[in-house]
Write a protein that binds this ligand. Sequence first.
Ligand code: FMN
Length: 250
Amino acid sequence: MNQTNTDYFRNRRSVRAFRGEAPSRELIDNILRDAMRAPNTGNKQLYSAVVTRDPARLEALRPAHFSQPASQAPVLVTVCADVRRFERWCEVSDAVPQFRNLQGLTAAVIDAAIYAQQIITIAEMQGLGTCWLGTTTYNAPEIAAALKLPQGVVPVGCIAIGWPDGQPAQCERLPLRAVVYEEEYPEFCDEEIKELYRAKDDFAENAKFVAENGKQTLAQVFTDVRYPASTSEPFSAKFRQYLTDAGFRL
Ligand SMILES: Cc1cc2nc3c(=O)[nH]c(=O)nc-3n(C[C@H](O)[C@H](O)[C@H](O)COP(=O)(O)O)c2cc1C
């Protein structure tokens, strides 16, 4: 890896504020084409992407992302796990597709996630700002309706893309030893776990969240405020229904 690439990876961060002008269609198309060189399962390419740049359609799509700040980007690329297009090809080729099972879905979700990350990396290396919108899987039916996704095409992530308006601060990461283990997975005692997560607990922005939300620990912000079961359970049920309606046997 040359120095420029190392700098990119060490300095990267998500961007949630964008300038008004949209990146050109040619630039976005080139990014989406180059990203297709990503590895994928059996080279079946079980993914697709829908680009939204029309202002009226952006307005219609944003509520499905709770109109969060990053969804105000001038381009939203919804990346989908897509077994349908491959199935259609099988059907017109006298082959019987069998992909609406857990392995088929998993392969398609992995393909889509890798494709999405490749889009992010290439876009950011060209100076664009991006942010993944995880709200995509919360509101899959609404997104499918807005984009006219057929059954078997599952929105997995939406990438907000635009020219960055300023440079946001970089956030923290765990130390390498918390994530990468030599030869065997270790057993951490309570003190070791606390020590490994100290970088997160001590990060000033995170400490601010804890105080603002009247919590004792950062972990409580994650469990009680940002990702409580009271929202993740209904959104899980909604997503499961979306998948079973599409004929996935899970
Ligand atoms: C699956 C996934 C879902 C995400 N969902 C959102 C989201 O809905 N809104 C948002 O602002 N950022 C979202 N992000 C971005 C993360 O918050 C961000 O990557 C993380 O906090 C680390 O920050 P960094 O990318 O700046 O290093 C998401 C990222 C991923 C991979």
